[in-house]
Design a protein around this ligand. Structure first.
Ligand code: GDP
Ligand code: MG
Length: 446
């Protein structure tokens, strides 16, 4: 996500930070490039204009110009402004004491409502809630089937009610939820290809009938400014509380995600990052800004690792790391774990400093095969060698290479990777210690 924008901005700032002093002309040149990069990412024109003007004003301020590291100061300002542009702080789903709580999803057809409804149910269940899905897209039987299929896959009940009046179905679903002891109901509604009166009117009537605690508008990141225009129309007619930006994976340029807050005044609550049922993430403006600027997003990385790893194993691993006992066996476990966390490309974008090298790394193709080779090499080592890689001299390297069908170069590379990984994981563990408790994290009652 945001790859082009990210590359462009990082290019601009590499030039700035490479310099001792900045003149006003340097700042102006950089701002022109920032402006172009944002426009190319399909950020709303008015938003870009205002954003760049604010940046420029801060960047030519005395604080930056007199500083010994003006380039870095500018980057810091951009990080702050970019975070602010996307809403500043994280915006959580607010739940009330009502049973059931009602979340209603609205948006154009194809924007990703049905998928988001199921993903959201999955996410809320992980947080200990008992969700129920409600199928109110009655015009396309396939839409109800789609929701039912997803519900079955997740083992979450789907209410389809009787008849074909979405308002009546939505209303009846609340009773069904209470009967089934469900504490949150997620209402999936019908969309149209374009904003039209009938769609908005229906959404408004469902809203009046079930009084949702949260109305979320789903917008498709791939459709750029059109998505923002649709959100503006909805905001006027069916007021909503927040936005889910879907399809931020793939080739989305990011303009919708960067503009929607500014244009509609509504915060982004979640982003869809894959078609899969775990592909919905709470939105953190600060972390996203860091990712865009290539500063990495270690916090999300760690959270993802925690979600996928079983808690006990990772606690053990942490303990060993602290005592500096990270072994090649652990390394192998970690590598397999990483694969489970998501696509490598996505993960690499979260590692500080890796963003810029992403293209190069992609070419290197760290794929399943490489993982197989790695495990073969490690399995050809003795238990002692795995715990104490320093033992592995030239002769042993040759033996291991022969035993695993790899070359000595492969073995060397693996050992080098291991040392690097160990360092990196140690750094991450330290970071995590620093953040623990202090961060408005995920799963603390959003
Ligand atoms: N890659 C990707 N695809 C998505 C995402 N969200 C939805 N989709 C796909 O977009 C298409 C339309 O989604 P759907 O939920 O049916 O949209 P609806 O018409 O608004 O209900 C489907 O093929 C989904 O699999 C996402 O976050 N990432
Ligand atoms: Mg749908």
């Amino acid at each position: 996500m945001f790859e082009n924008l990210s590359d462009r901005l990082q290019g601009v700032f590499a030039k700035l930070t490479g310099r001792g002093k900045l003149s006003e002309a340097d700042v102006d040149a950089a701002m022109r490039e920032v402006r172009l990069a944002l426009l190319e990412a399909d950020v709303n024109f008015a938003v870009v204009k205002e954003f760049v003007a604010r940046l420029r004003e801060r960047a030519i301020g005395a604080e930056v110009m007199k500083s010994l590291t003006p380039g870095q100061q500018v980057v810091k300002i951009v990080l702050e402004e970019l975070t602010g542009l996307m809403g500043g702080t994280e915006s959580r789903l607010a739940f009330s004491g009502r049973v059931p709580n009602v979340v209603m999803l609205v948006g154009l057809q194809g924007s990703g409502k049905t998928t988001a409804a199921a993903k959201l149910a999955n996410l809320l269940r992980k947080q200990g809630r008992r969700p129920m899905l409600v199928a109110c897209d009655v015009y396309r039987p396939a839409a109800i089937d789609q929701l039912e299929t997803l519900g079955r896959e997740l083992d979450i009940p789907v209410y389809r009610g009787e008849g074909s009046d979405p308002v009546a179905i939505a209303r009846a679903s609340l009773k069904a939820a209470v009967a089934d002891m469900r504490d949150v109901v997620i209402v999936d509604t019908a969309g149209r290809l374009h904003v039209d009166e009938a769609m908005m009117d229906e959404a408004a009537r469902i809203k009046t009938a079930v009084k949702p605690d949260q109305v979320l508008m789903v917008i498709d990141a791939m459709t750029g400014q059109d998505a923002v225009t649709a959100a503006t129309a909805f905001a006027e007619r069916v007021d909503f509380d927040g936005v889910i930006v879907s399809k931020l994976d793939g080739d989305a340029r990011g303009g919708a995600a960067l503009s929607v807050r500014s244009v509609t005044g509504k915060p982004i609550k979640f982003v869809g990052v894959s078609e899969k049922m775990d592909g919905l993430e709470p939105f953190h403006p600060d972390r996203m800004a860091r990712r865009i600027l290539g500063m990495g997003d270690v916090v999300t990385l760690i959270e993802k690792a925690q979600e996928t790893a079983d808690a006990e194993a990772s606690a053990q691993m942490e303990d060993r790391l602290r005592r500096n006992e990270f072994t090649l066996d652990d390394f192998l476990v970690q590598m397999k774990q990483l694969r489970k966390m998501g696509s490598l490309d996505e993960i690499l974008g979260m590692i500080p400093g890796m963003g810029a090298n992403r293209a190069a790394l992609k070419d290197a193709k760290i794929d399943e095969k490489a993982l197989d080779r790695t495990s073969a090499i490690i399995q050809s080592m003795t238990a002692k060698e795995r715990v104490k890689p320093a033992l592995i001299n030239g002769q042993r390297r040759e033996r291991i290479a022969n035993g695993s069908g790899a070359t000595v170069t492969d073995v060397n590379r693996l050992l080098k990777d291991f040392v690097q990984a160990k360092k990196m994981i140690q750094q991450m563990t330290k970071q995590k210690g620093r953040f623990r408790g202090g961060l408005p994290g995920f799963g603390q009652g959003m």
